[in-house]
Design a protein around this ligand. Structure first.
Ligand code: 4AD
Ligand code: MG
Length: 462
């Protein structure tokens, strides 16, 4: 007989039919006549109740039905008399698939802290919370492809190993096959990378943008969706060393088109989650963050406030509140500043544009004032910066000048510069931090809790 999932069994279907279920025991309660076993197989947040009349089963076997064990159940799907569920399974046969020693299984019924669950990330999928988070993670990944596919964007696979530093920030992980105990050296003592696998220094990508631009400048609209790596030593609830980024890049888009796309895209994904992840979101709202649904609705209900960085600095300076980090024109904004603007001042998501060139990457289009660039950061409640993007500098000479002042090696990026030489056009793009978006959609307050196996400084277990 074909196995049914819990999702199928709890969905519409004929009562009284014979069913076959496999899953993990979440809890077991009862008395000396009957056992109520909650079985979950991860297909939905809910478990299904299996009712076993003890005298119908060998005692030694029933003893092995413990929290964490895996079982297969044959029985009948019946209407449930108990509270909280419409149907349950009346068990005729129970097979133990895998034992779980109750003295050793770390997930007990009591609530565990997220910190503790991070230490057992291999098992935390089996909790309601992480089941919900990772189902939502899947649904949103799917929605991203749907969104762009429906709008004629092409999914472009940009390299994970690259020789360039796309952000010019130097926070990269080196990729090498050199023997670190016997590093080949040139006469002047420096490392001889010609002996390395690629014959040159390479690293894990910090962003697919530069290659994305090459694609957009032929295919019109592309997007990337892949892992990116940053060797910044920041231990915050919003930073990880390995995260997933979505980077659309569009020819013939200026910064306003770019902002329109970013806003529409974010709202689409949030709406998609609300429509397709109802049960999981209801659970997270109830158990993790009572304000979650309101925050999701809040973003959908408002058009994003669009202001310049300069205006934001003035607002922050006039705020009757002290910030930990200084507020001064020319300095980058911190999460506390971003959240103040969104949560206290404008009370809606904010898009800030036209940042000082000195705190933004080399490729951003230069404004005529000679000081600012056509950057756009989207700021969200709870999160702060969720998207960073810009219109790109399409003028070869201006781009080269800025690369020169910022010490970006133009000879290594000859291929990037050639797009400005041959048929250059206005274009724009942005990067959405996928894991930060998931924090927002799930209400989880630490990025480590929306990534199956997070990578942070001094931590690469699993
Ligand atoms: O602002 P960033 O650095 O922009 C870029 O990488 C551009 N190349 C994007 C583009 O224009 N195509 O990063 C974009 C987003 C941030 O807004 C943030 O959401 C996320 O990526 N992000 C991180 N998420 C988790 N951990 C980190 N260490 C992150 N660094 C950036
Ligand atoms: Mg940024």
């Amino acid at each position: 007989m074909k196995r049914s999932t819990v999702k199928e069994l709890l969905g519409p279907g004929e009562i009284g039919r014979a069913v076959y279920l496999k899953g993990w025991v979440r809890t077991r309660r009862g008395n000396n006549q009957v056992a109520f076993i909650a079985v979950n197989d991860g297909t939905v947040i809910h478990s299904i109740q299996v009712v076993a009349v003890l005298k119908a089963f060998p005692e030694a076997q029933m003893k092995r039905v413990t929290t964490g064990s895996s079982i297969a159940v044959r029985g009948k799907l019946v209407e449930s008399l108990g509270k909280g569920q419409r149907v349950e399974i009346q068990a005729d046969e129970i097979e133990i698939l895998g034992d779980s020693d109750p003295g050793q299984y770390p997930l007990q019924k009591k609530g565990h802290s997220f910190e503790f669950l991070r230490e057992i990330a291999h098992l935390r999928f089996r909790t309601n919370t992480f089941g919900a988070v990772f189902r939502i993670r899947h649904v949103i990944s799917f929605a991203i492809h749907q969104y762009f596919h429906d709008r004629g964007f092409f999914y472009l696979h940009t390299p994970v190993i690259t020789a360039s530093d796309a952000e010019g920030a130097g926070a990269m992980f080196r990729v090498t096959t050199l023997d670190l105990n016997q590093i080949p050296r040139k006469e002047d003592g420096s490392v001889d990378f010609s002996a390395d696998f690629f014959g040159r220094p390479t690293n894990l990508t910090v962003s697919g943008q530069l290659e994305g631009e090459l694609g957009a400048l032929a295919l019109s609209s592309i997007y990337t969706f892949g892992p990116t790596f940053r060797a910044e030593n920041s231990n915050t609830p919003r930073h990880v060393a390995e995260f997933w980024m979505i980077e659309p890049e569009m020819a013939f888009y200026d910064i306003h088109d770019n902002m329109d796309l970013a806003e529409d895209f974010l709202k689409y994904l949030i709406r998609y989650a609300m429509e397709h992840c109802r049960d999981d979101l209801a659970f997270l709202t109830e158990m993790i963050d009572k304000g979650l649904m309101d925050r999701l609705n809040f973003v959908l209900a408002h058009s994003f406030e669009r202001r310049t960085y300069t205006e934001a600095i003035r607002i922050l300076q006039e705020a009757d509140r002290k910030f930990e980090f200084p507020v001064e024109w020319g300095l980058d904004l911190q999460a506390e500043h971003e959240r103040y603007l969104v949560e206290q001042h404008f009370k809606k998501p904010v898009i800030l544009t036209d940042y000082p060139g000195e705190i933004k990457a080399f490729y951003m289009k230069q404004n005529d004032d000679g000081k600012t660039v056509r950057a756009m950061d989207v700021l969200f409640p709870m999160i702060g910066e969720i998207i960073g993007g810009s219109q790109r500098e399409e003028n070869l000479e201006k781009l080269q000048n800025r690369m020169h002042t910022m010490n970006i090696p133009g000879d290594e990026l000859w291929w990037y510069l050639e797009t400005r030489k041959f048929g250059t056009v206005e274009h724009s793009g942005f990067g959405l931090g996928f894991d930060r978006l998931l924090m927002f959609i799930t209400g989880m307050s630490n990025i480590r809790d929306v990534i199956p196996f997070p990578r942070t400084p001094k931590s690469a277990e699993f």
